[in-house]
Design a protein around this ligand. Structure first.
Ligand code: HEC
Length: 162
């Protein structure tokens, strides 16, 4: 019995040790490859409703750039954003909305079920990359937030995101 327990513990320790290796492998994917993958996930799974190239009238939800601006402030870490997006996707609830105007305009987002890995990929892509902006966005942003140039609140985007 003892020996069995010992081996069980040993196996556990060994398997824990192996984990960082796996993580390293994931990290070793090049930044471009990751971005490409994240963009593909986002366009595949979210653009049905969040596509910035859809006309303003036909959009079924807010454009992704709007989501980014409301979810990521100067102090939002990547981990926090990933966690927020995961939590929203697990079950959209009115009381958790950070976009009350979108909620009012489009109605609560349907619960879409995707694997965590998909959401994480999308969140990391959104955090690290410039997000496509609809042509009408500047004006909309001005209407909603009253800033002259639509860059009213800078939420720590990388350059070119404004
Ligand atoms: C079938 C349409 C549809 C699809 C597909 C969809 N969404 Fe949404 N989403 C909406 C609508 C409508 C809203 C605006 C209402 C709201 O906020 O609940 C929204 C709002 C959001 C919000 C803001 C929530 C808030 O109010 O704070 C996030 C974040 C979001 N979507 C993420 C995603 C992601 C990520 C994907 C793809 C993995 C996705 N959505 C796919 C319809 C959709």
């Amino acid at each position: 019995m003892r020996a069995l327990l010992f081996f069980a513990i040993l196996a556990f320790v060994v398997s824990c040790k192996e984990q960082p290796k796996k993580a390293d492998e994931a990290v070793s994917m090049s930044a471009e490859a990751l971005a490409e993958q994240g963009e593909k996930l986002m366009t595949t799974y979210c653009y049905q409703c969040h596509n910035p190239n859809t006309s303003r009238e036909s959009m079924l939800g807010p454009p992704m750039i709007g989501i980014k601006k409301h979810y990521i402030t100067d102090s939002t870490t990547k981990e926090a954003f990933v966690a927020d997006l995961l939590s929203w996707m697990k079950g959209p609830k009115e009381e958790n909305s950070k976009m009350p105007h979108a909620l009012e305009k489009f109605g609560l987002m349907n619960h879409q079920v995707y694997p965590d890995s998909v959401i994480i990929g999308i969140a990391e892509y959104m955090y690290d990359n410039e997000i496509e902006k609809p042509e009408w966005y500047q004006q909309h942003h001005r209407e909603m937030h009253g800033s002259k140039d639509g860059t009213g609140h800078r939420h720590g985007q990388k350059k070119g995101d404004q």
